[in-house]
Design a protein around this ligand. Structure first.
Ligand code: HEC
Ligand code: HEC
Length: 295
């Protein structure tokens, strides 16, 4: 089955060589998006799910996204995959919890989603049944997610630069900005999803758009999430070289290394190509400086 999907994809692409190139890009994009960080319990077993995500609403267990027909997503077509990432909806139109960061992935272009799909479907299937989430009432009622989507996902953005942050994708370039900035915005907001942790949330789990990347007082695994905008209380002093060092080796200018989930993120950013890393740095250094003092 896997091979059939792959063959169809390869013939759709036209030539085997460009098909292989598409798979390579799919692997790259899947890696920088951190799919594996959540969808595997260790790095050797593929994305068979089962890892625990602890949240204030309860414990989530990630599903199996290997191409296993019985327990994974082996029967999914490309359209099912796009619907999940773009709209947060299962093939049966059940709404996903935003713990699956589809608010970000929604901004990924169809062509890139197709490459990620081809890559994921080319991996060995792993048979492992999904575990049900253990959520407290009322969060265990999926229909309530209609409200979350209505309030924080389907919101109509004000302009092209707002549409990077909220609303359903795909990402549209901002004509006022350079190609480098636009590539960086696309990578940071659609794939790297830094804002999912570094932007504070309101009591209903929506991101505070006017405090984009200003840090959060809600600790993650006991670690405070710092302000990464170029504000005084943030990273105003960081130069391009500092960012470059951080994203490749994981060291801050004070030679401190970060812990917890941030170290997983850096594992992914370390594989950015030099051109993509430059774009990411361009975008991060031009974030609006925001201070959270007086919040
Ligand atoms: C922060 C953790 C996290 C990351 C990162 C993440 N996911 Fe998930 N994903 C989840 C959770 C949790 C669910 C279950 C959501 C639910 O049950 O409503 C999920 C569900 C899914 C599903 C639905 C599976 C099904 O059986 O219905 C797919 C497909 C999926 N993720 C693909 C991806 C891909 C592709 C990536 C990378 C682009 C990714 N995920 C990154 C946490 C994550
Ligand atoms: C899964 C949540 C999560 C995601 C996603 C995330 N971060 Fe972090 N980040 C953290 C946490 C938690 C810390 C604090 C780590 C510590 O104290 O060791 C941190 C620390 C940092 C720091 C250190 C600042 C300092 O001066 O010490 C920087 C810079 C940073 N993150 C940038 C980013 C960028 C850029 C992205 C996107 C590529 C990103 N983060 C994505 C959770 C996250």
């Amino acid at each position: 089955m896997t091979n059939i999907v792959l063959l169809i994809f390869l013939s759709a692409v036209g030539q085997t060589q460009s098909g292989m190139e598409a798979l390579r890009q799919g692997e790259y994009l899947t890696r920088i998006a951190g799919c594996r960080d959540c969808h595997s319990t260790n790095f050797t077993e593929g994305m068979a799910g089962g890892s625990q995500l602890i949240s204030p609403f309860g414990t989530f267990f990630t599903p199996n996204i290997t191409p296993d027909i019985k327990t994974g997503i082996g029967s999914w077509r490309l359209t099912n995959f796009i619907q999940a990432l773009r709209f947060g909806l299962s093939p049966d139109n059940v709404i996903y919890y935003p713990t699956f960061p589809y608010r970000s992935f929604s901004k990924i272009a169809n062509s890139d989603m197709a490459k990620m799909y081809a890559y994921i479907m080319s991996q060995p299937p792993v048979e492992r049944k999904n575990k049900p989430h253990q959520l407290a009432s009322p969060f265990n009622q999926r229909w309530l997610l209609n409200f979350w989507q209505f309030l924080f996902f389907k919101t109509k953005p004000d302009g092209p630069e707002e549409s990077i942050k909220i609303g359903v994708g795909p990402y549209k370039s901002s004509p006022q900005r350079s190609n480098l900035w636009n590539r960086g915005a696309y990578l940071v907001e659609a794939f790297l999803h830094c804002a999912e942790c570094h932007t504070p949330r309101n009591s209903m789990g929506g991101l505070k758009v006017n405090q984009w990347m200003a840090g959060s007082s809600e600790p993650i695994d006991g670690l405070m999430v710092p302000n990464i905008t170029p504000a005084k209380e943030g990273l105003a002093d960081w130069t391009k070289e500092n960012w470059n060092q951080f994203l490749t080796s994981g060291y801050t200018p004070e030679f401190k290394s970060v812990r917890g989930e941030m170290s997983l993120v850096l594992h992914n950013t370390a594989s950015l190509t030099a051109g993509d890393r430059a774009a990411v740095i361009e975008y991060l250094m031009q974030l609006k400086p925001v201070s959270r003092s007086g919040e």
